[in-house]
Design a protein around this ligand. Structure first.
Ligand SMILES: *Cc1c(COP(=O)(O)O)cnc(C)c1O
Length: 421
């Protein structure tokens, strides 16, 4: 199947990191999932911490989500007209996320971030944007830019096909560096439309915000009239029901959502203050649209997922399970004298194989990628599926029970023996 995949699909995959490029070997073909377990085409089962890269917070094929979807599809899959459901879903998001007074639905996180940037530029009349090295905001042109050395420089694109002319409006800075952000805004503030960041970094591995960093970003943006955008595509409804902005008590101007809010179906959303959001077409001059935006099936899966997440004790449970896994792994690495740091916020975490403190992309990249590849394959061989890259998060879902976590730790302990120095 992998040979055929590579014959008919570029690189055999529909999204690059799925190809196991960072760890070697052949990707699994997943045929089904139930709760915390996925099954591959050879009939082998795995405890799943990939969670489809974040969305699957309830576990796979949650019976209530499936039932809601079953009912929804018999009523038609897409209309391209307003529906009651999308209004009720918008209300649910607005009630949950502190910064959001109005919200627009799109079909992916990429679209959400791309549209949020356009909106910020349209509202401020400014062109430059600030992003942080290692933060991923989807693959639209101006966001596919990484930091060069030396911090606050106008940067070069990450991908062929992105004109340097687009990338030159993107300034990249080290994550968690409040000083560099303040200096950049002091110098160029009047030209900067927005500062976009993941309030908890999830795309260079999990890196929590240093104390005061989000507050400093808020303060600097307010002072210079730049909009603060939280890309909560991973953290929204993941690290708290109201996202990282609720967990850390810092309110952005615009919020991007995705992943969890689609319950495993394709979705994205961006929202903010009403006066900002009303700058979007058709009321305002910033154009944004989508044939399948607000798709009834995606909205149905999202609503049912959020409804379940609203139940009492959900986030305490995710915290407990995440803690059990994170602390268990930390103890295992210590026992085997493996230099490692497990960084965790709630149910998202990463273990970096490094002796350095991990604060930003540079320090994250000190992780021993070779050791990670061995770790990954050791786990996979024994039935635990984590991300096939050292720079990604592991996700715990509500379907992960204590016995499942403990079984994972037993397996991890075996693998740790094999990868110890
Ligand atoms: C996944 C992700 C995106 C992109 O979302 P897609 O649905 O893959 O387009 C954007 N921002 C963050 C923080 C993400 O993790």
């Amino acid at each position: 199947m992998w040979d055929r995949a590579r014959q008919f699909i570029p690189g055999g995959v529909n999204s690059p990191v799925r190809a196991f490029g960072k760890v070697g070997g052949t990707p699994l073909f997943i045929t089904s999932g139930a709760g915390a377990i996925v099954t591959d085409s050879d009939g082998r089962t795995y405890i799943d911490y990939l969670a489809s890269w974040g969305p699957v917070i309830l576990g796979h094929a949650h019976p209530r989500v499936i039932e809601a979807l079953r009912r929804a599809c018999t009523a038609g899959t897409s209309f391209g007209a307003p529906t009651e459901k999308e209004v009720r879903f918008a209300e649910m998001i607005i009630e949950a996320v502190p910064s959001v007074e109005k919200v627009r639905l799109v079909s992916s996180g990429t679209e959400a971030a791309m549209s949020a940037i356009r909106l910020a530029r349209g509202v401020t009349g400014r062109d430059a944007i600030v992003k942080f090295d290692g933060c991923y905001h989807g693959h639209s042109d101006c966001l596919l830019v990484k930091a060069g050395s030396g911090g606050a420089t106008f940067d070069v694109p990450d991908s062929a096909g992105v004109p340097a002319d687009f990338a030159r409006h993107t300034i990249t800075l080290p994550f968690n560096d409040a000083g560099a952000l303040a200096r950049t805004l002091d110098r160029r503030g009047r030209g900067i439309a927005c500062v976009i960041l993941e309030p908890v970094c999830g795309n260079i591995g999990v890196i929590p915000p240093a104390p005061g960093f989000l507050e400093a970003a808020r303060e600097a943006c307010t002072r210079h009239g730049a909009l603060l955008i939280f890309d909560e595509v991973i953290t929204g409804f993941r690290v708290a029901y109201g996202g990282a902005q609720q967990r850390y008590g810092v309110t952005p101007d615009i919020t991007c959502l995705g992943k969890v809010i689609g319950g495993g179906l394709p979705i994205g959303a961006f929202g903010g203050k009403a006066e900002i959001m009303d700058a979007l077409a058709p009321t305002g001059k910033v154009y944004q649209a989508g044939t399948l935006s607000g798709n009834p099936l995606a909205v149905t899966a999202g609503m049912e997922t959020l409804t379940i997440l609203q139940e009492r004790g959900t986030y305490e449970r995710l915290e407990q399970l995440g803690g059990r896994l994170g602390e268990g792994l930390t103890a295992i690495f210590e026992r085997h004298a493996i230099p490692a740091r497990c960084l965790r916020v709630g149910s998202m975490m990463s273990c970096f194989f490094t002796g350095e403190e991990v604060l930003d992309a540079r320090s994250a990249m000190t992780t021993d990628a070779e050791r990670y590849a061995k770790w990954f394959h050791g786990l996979l061989d024994r039935g635990v599926y984590v991300a096939p890259s050292p720079y990604e998060a592991a996700f715990v879902s509500l379907a992960h029970t204590e016995p499942i976590i403990d079984r994972t730790l037993e397996i991890a302990s075996d693998v740790a023996r094999d990868i110890a120095p």
